[in-house]
Design a protein. Structure first.
Length: 203
């Protein structure tokens, strides 16, 4: 999986080089509103598990993009560092799941009317860090996963604005165990589900 991710990154670099000769490349950043999947926890010696969904919190992303125009269609590969956070209620206490990852979306878009465009494509993701506040966590089952980005945007000269939805395709659970203070253990689904607001600048 790691080899596959590296191949995707190399392909991105190659497309950036092509984009320099064609449409261009640039930098991007923005805010994410993120929710992860269910948390399943056992409190003490309780017979029943407690299943909780997450509450969304604000994160951020920064990165690079390349863009190749092909008439009304374009290809846009990106390399993005993403930091997300979501909150769970565990044994009466709010605790945050913080995830950092490298995303490499490969988007195909259609230019509509004027500056308006729509896009979608796979996003190859490598999870760098997975931290559940107040717990010892073993890390996610998979470092490398695949998701989907889809959205709409406008171009205003060299400036671009877009809003997109990201969804992970498959479960990616991580085991955790409570500290001496928190007698809770279980697993949490770190698969992302988020709305992303992006600002890009073509260089």
């Amino acid at each position: 999986m790691k080899k596959t991710f590296l191949l995707v990154v190399l392909a991105f670099c190659g497309l950036i080089a092509v984009a320099q000769k064609g449409s261009g490349f640039g930098i991007k950043g923005g805010l994410n509103y993120n929710q992860n999947g269910d948390l399943i926890a056992s409190v003490g010696n309780a017979a029943a598990d407690v299943v909780e969904g997450s509450s969304g919190k604000i994160g951020y992303h920064v990165g690079l993009f390349g863009k190749i125009e092909l008439a009304k269609i374009y290809i846009r590969p990106e390399a993005i560092y993403t930091s997300t956070s979501s909150s769970y209620e565990v044994d009466g206490t709010s605790t945050d799941l913080k995830i950092t990852k490298i995303d490499v979306p490969v988007l195909v878009g259609i230019n509509l009317i004027g500056p308006l465009h729509v896009f979608a494509g796979p996003a190859f993701q490598y999870q760098v860090e997975n931290d559940l506040e107040g717990f010892s966590i073993n890390g996610a089952e998979k470092d490398f996963t695949v998701g989907l980005h889809a959205g709409i945007g406008v171009n205003l000269g060299r400036l671009g604005l877009d809003v997109r939805y990201e969804r992970g395709f498959s479960n990616n659970e991580a085991d955790f165990i409570g500290t001496n203070v928190t007698n809770v253990d279980g697993r949490v689904d770190s698969r992302p589900s988020q709305i992303i607001f992006g600002l890009s600048l073509k260089i």
